[in-house]
Write a protein that binds this ligand. Structure first.
Ligand SMILES: NC(=O)c1ccc[n+]([C@@H]2O[C@H](COP(=O)([O-])OP(=O)(O)OC[C@H]3O[C@@H](n4cnc5c(N)ncnc54)[C@H](OP(=O)(O)O)[C@@H]3O)[C@@H](O)[C@H]2O)c1
Length: 302
């Protein structure tokens, strides 16, 4: 099968579409014919070698941690799904940007989402839903999302709003109307955030990893009320959020139900063909995508 991979670390140009053996659904897994896959900052960090000392990855490495497509194999022990079903899923170990990918963390794709939306949804949903659970927020609470307009943030805003949480979200000024359209109260990011927010919050999530977590601790009234998604911002007593796989299938199914009710969209910032993988990585590395960057896989299959 064709897959988007790199055989050595380097710039976006090391990405290439190449033939690799297709995976097969093992026990507890399904295999899908991929229609679209998400592009994440993690893909860029793994490809460039920035995370070489943190994660051992096999080379060649097929990029992508989420995707959507049509089920064509159902492994032993898997129930509630048949070949031909449309699903979306997340695979923390990568290998989703290919003609076929296997998943054990998946849910049925909501009909309300296009393939591109579904392909880029699962990583953000899994991360955002887990963050809301860990922070223990409920209706009437106030959450600050620092870096709210990207792939994870745009989903986190909507999941929080759906739980009745008041959301204050930071972004560049160009994305303030976008954040408001998702249900957040927009504020500019950068130094001096407590003064601009102007109120205490019940919890804060450092999504983008660019701000000063000390300011988030001040706003939330303690480090225990703050989590960061980004290793470089683990400081001032703030812990890194680590998604618990056990909760992911239920979170994906709940998000699909919200989507069917018209309460959760996956804003797609840009779509690239698999053969344009390097351009997709250049785009995600800039760090300013409005929503999710997505790779469509069908073109490469023709
Ligand atoms: N720990 C985990 O389990 C986990 C899971 C998923 C993702 N992550 C990490 O979470 C991070 C965010 O992922 P993503 O997919 O949402 O990234 P993304 O789509 O690139 O979004 C980045 C966000 O950061 C904002 N931003 C850019 N420059 C900023 C600055 N100087 N100050 C404050 N905010 C700034 C952007 O706003 P503007 O566009 O308006 O500038 C945007 O809202 C990545 O580092 C990713 O690796 C961690």
């Amino acid at each position: 099968m064709k897959a988007l991979l790199f055989a050595a670390h380097g710039g976006p140009e090391v990405l290439t579409v190449a033939e690799v053996p297709a995976p097969h659904a093992g026990p507890g897994e399904i295999r899908i014919a991929v229609r679209a896959a998400g592009v994440s900052p993690a893909d860029d960090a793994l490809r460039s070698g920035a995370w070489k000392n943190m994660f051992q990855i096999p080379l060649p490495y097929v990029v992508g941690v989420d995707a959507a497509g049509v089920v064509d194999q159902v492994g032993p022990g898997v129930e509630g799904v048949r070949p031909g079903d449309e699903v979306y899923g997340v695979r923390p170990g990568g290998a989703t940007t290919a003609e076929f990918a296997v998943f054990d963390l998946w849910a049925h794709k909501p009909a309300a989402w296009s393939w591109s939306e579904a392909g880029g949804a699962a990583g953000g949903v899994a991360t955002a839903a887990h963050a809301l659970d860990v922070l223990g927020l409920g209706a009437g609470d106030t959450l600050l999302l620092d870096g709210a307009s990207g792939g994870v943030g745009a989903v986190a805003v909507q999941l929080a709003v759906a739980r009745g949480i008041r959301v204050i979200g930071t972004s560049s000024p160009a994305n303030h109307a976008f954040l408001a359209s998702l249900g957040a109260e927009p504020v500019a990011y950068g130094p001096g955030l407590p003064a601009r927010v102007g109120t205490r919050v019940d919890a804060a999530l450092d999504v983008g990893g660019h701000g000063d977590v000390a300011e988030l601790v001040t706003l939330a009234g303690g480090a225990a009320r703050v989590r960061t998604l980004v290793t470089r911002n683990v400081a001032h007593g703030v812990s890194l959020l680590r998604v618990d796989p056990a909760g992911v299938p239920a979170a994906l199914a709940a998000a699909a139900a919200l989507a069917e009710a018209g309460r959760l969209t996956v804003p797609v910032a840009a779509e690239y063909a698999m053969t344009d993988g390097p351009a997709a990585h250049v785009r995600i590395a800039r760090g300013h995508a409005r929503g999710k960057v997505v790779i469509t896989v069908r073109e490469a299959i023709k």
